[in-house]
Design a protein around this ligand. Structure first.
Ligand SMILES: [Zn+2]
Ligand SMILES: [Zn+2]
Length: 237
C-alpha cells in the first residue's frame, strides 16, 4: 500500500516543523507527503506575502502543496493564489450557535448539545455545497465533552447526508490519524456512499509525522480500493 500523508503542519502556521526536515524524513520513510498549513485569520498565514513564501518553500523541497482553511471563515488570499495549491482542505474548527462562536478545542461543554450538532451539520453541508475544496479535514470530529455521544450523533441519517454530499461534490473525506475520525462504522457508510478518502496525520510535531496508522488500518480492514484514495496531482515540480 502506498504510504501517504497529506496533512502536515509546519512553521508556516502553528507547528515547529520545518519543511526541509519533513522532506528529508519523507524521502527516508518513502512517504508521499503533503504540507497542509493553516490558511486562516487565526494563524500566521493570513496575507499574500506569507502565502507566497510558503508556496516557494514547499515547492523548493518537492512536497505536495496543500493548505487547510477554517470552514466558515474567509480565505485570506485571492483565487489566483489558491489555484497554485495542489489541493485545498477545509476543516471545521468552530461552529456558531446562537450567534456565539464555539471553537472545538477546550473542554467547555456546549450548552445546547443538539443545537451545536445541528449547526455543525449545517455548516459542513453548506461547505460541501458551496466551497471549492478537495478534502474535508477530520470530518465528524467532536469536541471532547461531546465525544461520548459520537455514535449517536453520527448515525446513519446524518452520515447519509454528509457522505452523499461529499460524493456528489467529489470532495474527499479525510481519515485522520490524529483524531481517529471518522469511526469505523461511519467510514463504512462513507464507502457505501461512494466517497473518496484522504489520508492525513495532522502532524504538528516530529513524533506525529506520518502518523497514519489508523487510516491504514481502516483501509485494510474495510478493503477500501486504491482508486478510492485521494492523491492530488502536482501542479508544478
Ligand atoms: Zn483542522
Ligand atoms: Zn490540520
Amino acid at each position: 500500500m502506498l504510504k501517504v500523508d497529506l496533512h502536515i503542519h509546519t512553521v508556516h502556521s502553528d507547528s515547529p516543523l520545518v519543511v526541509a526536515d519533513v522532506a528529508r524524513r519523507a524521502r527516508r520513510a518513502k512517504v508521499v507527503a503533503g504540507i497542509c498549513d493553516h490558511l486562516s485569520p487565526y494563524h500566521k498565514m493570513f496575507e499574500a506575502a506569507a502565502f507566497d513564501a510558503y508556496v516557494a518553500d514547499v515547492r523548493e523541497h518537492g512536497l505536495l502543496l496543500g493548505a487547510e482553511y477554517c470552514v466558515g471563515e474567509e480565505i485570506p488570499v485571492d483565487d489566483d493564489r489558491l489555484a497554485e495549491l495542489d489541493y485545498l482542505m477545509g476543516g471545521v474548527h468552530a461552529v456558531s450557535v446562537d450567534g456565539k462562536k464555539r471553537f472545538f478545542w477546550g473542554t467547555e461543554l456546549p450548552n445546547d448539545e443538539d443545537a451545536f450538532v445541528t449547526a455543525y451539520m449545517e455548516l459542513t453541508l453548506k461547505t460541501l455545497a458551496e466551497d471549492s475544496l478537495d478534502v474535508l479535514a477530520h470530518p465528524t470530529y467532536l469536541p471532547v465533552p461531546l465525544n461520548h455521544r459520537y455514535d449517536d450523533v453520527w448515525d446513519e441519517r446524518r452520515c447519509g447526508e454528509l457522505w452523499t454530499a461529499a460524493a456528489e461534490r467529489g470532495v474527499a473525506v479525510e481519515i485522520s490519524g490524529r483524531w481517529l475520525v471518522p469511526g469505523e462504522r461511519q467510514i463504512k457508510l462513507a464507502l457505501e456512499a461512494g466517497v473518496t478518502f484522504a489520508v492525513g496525520s495532522d502532524a504538528h510535531r516530529r513524533a506525529e509525522l506520518f502518523g497514519v496508522e489508523y487510516p491504514r488500518q481502516m483501509i485494510e480492514r474495510l478493503n477500501i480500493p486504491e482508486e478510492r484514495i485521494f492523491l492530488p496531482r502536482r501542479k508544478k515540480t
